[in-house]
Ligand binder design. Structure first.
Ligand SMILES: [Zn+2]
Length: 674
């Protein structure tokens, strides 16, 4: 449910020949600009053209922008933490021992290569021996706890209609490709993806000892099962509707609509009590799955289970498995030229397994307590700016405004890192086995989640790590969260002028706040419950504006015939436009804006927009762009810049954009929401 914003950060890598930026000009390098393009025609290219040309994508990357550059800097800090932990002897059971040994086990390639696929042989044998329903559910529960979702997903989270309590949830899952459409569509890219996916399966089945014929047969069977799952799956756009994806039911109702799934056996094998009630996110999926499990012979499910075991563990096995996985997922699907160095991959794995241990050390090294206060001040300025804007909003009635202001005042703000850190004491980590460490961590995290079912929500928990360069809004908590990694230079730069910080961090904060009021967020109240607090008339007016945003983005071709999906990206696009308007309102109160003095060649308001454009500068491979168009609720960088700005009169004025120019939306298509 939460909205994750992956955004990019302002940083300049290259100094070009020519004029030197003034010493006072921190945070905005005019050499990034492409003066051969008019800001009235394509502002993204104007603001970033110099940078785009001078920053080709490194071979191991599929996208390269300021975000990736900052993440690289972060990697070096995390690497140092991990290497020093792995190199020292720490008391058994201590946090330092855990991150050190986890990292050590992943870097122990001599052992990993020697073992090959030995670590999964016992489990492969168990799957081969499945004869009864009892054994089938044991295997599904094993995979869910320790490897990944086979067939469906099971978890826990805040009840969207009773948000102070956690509820068990069941949701669609179990596909090996990143979107259900890839199984069902008949365009050439989808067909090609299916062919390559089958090839990867065949190769991996051969790696665990199958002959050519069996490997092909098994791959075909997996494809058959996954295609049935895909047909029952909701699209990404359908899953954006919080009301349709909330279906509370008792255990008895769940059992009665899905007679083909033995839930009691499943929960027994998970080692938990069967929950008394559930939020079944996609009932159609789970019903279709149930009829499939009734019909399909148990032997025909084995290749699917085997495949999910192999795929889910491949990156912890020997390099032949890792390379197959990269050939498909990294190279073919996203266009990477080479695989990332091993230390980065092991670091990411350690980070997913033991993230808050690493986070605690990371924060102590990089995030001084005063940074929290500084960021809090900006957040409060942004909230005040939205309050002001809502009060004078011309399309909304007073009754809805009063409710919106109530919700805005109730937003909880989290900055930097959690007040209390996760307790990993029951998690066993050693140097003996990388795969075992990975599986132990998965089980630990899953059990921690299952343990929440039926209990009050702990509102101090974080859904993101402090070392992650990102931010989020969580509608069921009505909270905005800004990890430490995003609150540091060059993104949030205390040495830079306000224009740069409001155009950068300010817009990001405004973006997250706006998520509480986008087409999804507006359906939740101040406490995070799904509740319609809008008058009918204002609801209709909001939907009309949302529709206009959808139409604007549907018209953009991102690459070849691949268009931005206006419906999928609606919430993010509303948040970008809102974030810009809110942050600009806050920026207008600063001394810099009021004085209006140029720094370098640009006025304060021009610098605000240039700073915003630089956040989204990135070079991306064609394959990665096509994948993102299909799966990412965020629009590509170029549209995130050009589309919202072409709706803003302050932008037209700042850069002399005239009626009829591409960077000025025609009058009948312009949108303002927040
Ligand atoms: Zn967002």
């Amino acid at each position: 449910m939460k909205k994750l914003l992956s955004f990019l950060v302002l940083i300049s890598l290259f100094v070009f020949a020519g004029t030197n930026p003034k010493d006072s000009d921190k945070g905005l390098d005019e050499k990034n600009i492409d003066l051969s393009v008019s800001p009235a025609v394509d502002f993204y290219q104007y603001a970033n053209g110099g940078w785009l040309k001078s920053n080709p994508i490194p071979d191991e990357y599929t996208r390269w922008g300021s975000f990736e550059i900052l993440a690289e800097k972060n990697n070096d800090i995390l690497k140092e933490i991990l290497e020093s932990s792995a190199g020292s002897k720490s008391p058994k059971g201590s946090n330092k021992q855990k991150i050190g040994d986890y990292y050590f086990s992943g870097m122990d390639t001599v052992k990993i290569e020697k073992d090959g696929f030995k670590p999964i042989i016992p489990q492969l044998n168990k799957i081969a021996d499945i004869k009864s329903k009892n054994e089938l559910y044991k295997e599904i529960a094993f995979l869910h706890l320790r490897v990944g979702n086979a067939f469906w997903g099971f978890g826990a989270g805040a009840d969207a209609r009773n948000s102070s309590m956690n509820i068990a949830s069941i949701y669609q899952s179990g596909l090996g490709l990143p979107d259900r459409d890839y199984y069902l569509n008949n365009d050439s890219r989808s067909k090609q993806i299916r062919e390559k996916y089958i090839l990867m399966m065949r190769n991996m089945f051969k790696l665990v000892g199958e002959n050519e014929i069996d490997a092909q047969k098994d791959a075909d069977k997996v494809m058959e099962i996954e295609t049935i799952l895909a047909k029952g799956s909701s699209t990404r756009v359908e899953r954006r509707d919080p009301v349709k994806n909330y279906n509370k039911m008792s255990l008895d109702s769940l059992i009665s609509i899905t007679p083909g799934i033995d839930w009691k056996l499943y929960f027994k094998d998970l080692g938990i009590n069967a929950p008394s009630e559930f939020d079944v996110n996609q009932p159609r999926f789970i019903k279709d799955l149930s009829s499939m499990l009734q019909k399909v012979d148990i032997n025909n499910l084995k290749p699917y289970l085997k495949w999910h075991l192999i795929r889910g563990t491949a990156n912890s096995l020997s390099s032949n498995f890792v390379n197959e996985s990269f050939e498909f997922g990294g190279k073919f699907m996203q266009g990477a030229k080479v695989i990332q160095p091993r230390w980065k991959r092991v670091m990411q794995s350690t980070n997913s397994a033991l993230g808050e241990i690493l986070g605690e050390v990371y924060v102590s090294k990089t995030f001084p307590p005063e940074a929290k206060d500084r960021a809090k001040k900006i957040v409060n300025n942004l909230i005040a700016a939205l309050k002001e804007r809502i009060t004078i909003l011309d399309w909304m009635g007073d009754a809805t405004k009063a409710e919106a202001l109530k919700k805005l005042a109730a937003i909880n703000i989290k900055i930097g890192y959690p007040d209390k850190w996760k307790d990993y004491s029951s998690l066993e980590i050693s140097r003996a086995s990388y795969l075992e460490n990975d599986m132990n961590a998965s089980e630990f995290l899953n059990r921690e989640e299952f343990n929440k079912i039926g209990k009050p929500v702990d509102r101090t928990e974080w859904e993101m790590l402090p070392q992650t360069v990102n931010a989020y809004y969580n509608p069921v908590m009505n909270e905005i969260v800004f990890p430490a990694a995003i609150l540091q230079p060059p993104f949030f730069n205390v040495d830079a002028d306000d224009a740069v910080n409001y155009g950068g961090m300010g817009v990001v904060i405004g973006h997250e706040i706006t998520h509480g009021f986008d087409d999804q967020g507006r359906q939740f109240d101040a406490q995070g419950n799904i509740k319609d607090w809008w008058t009918k008339d204002d609801g209709i007016k909001f939907d009309e504006r949302g529709k206009a945003i959808i139409n604007q983005f549907n018209s953009f071709a991102a690459i070849d015939t691949f268009h931005v999906n206006g419906e999928l990206t609606q919430g993010e696009n509303i948040a970008d436009l809102g974030g810009l308007n809110i942050s600009l309102t806050a920026f207008k109160k600063t001394d810099q804006y009021i004085k209006g003095e140029k720094i370098g060649s640009f006025t304060p308001v021009q610098r605000f927009f240039l700073s915003y454009a630089h956040i989204w500068e990135n070079n991306i491979r064609d394959e990665a762009l096509k994948l993102r168009i299909k799966t990412d609720p965020h629009s590509p960088g170029k549209q995130r810049v050009n589309a919202p700005l072409s709706n803003m009169p302050e932008f037209w004025e700042a850069f002399g954009v005239k009626s009829g120019d591409p960077m000025r939306m025609p009058d009948d298509k312009q949108v303002k929401i927040w």
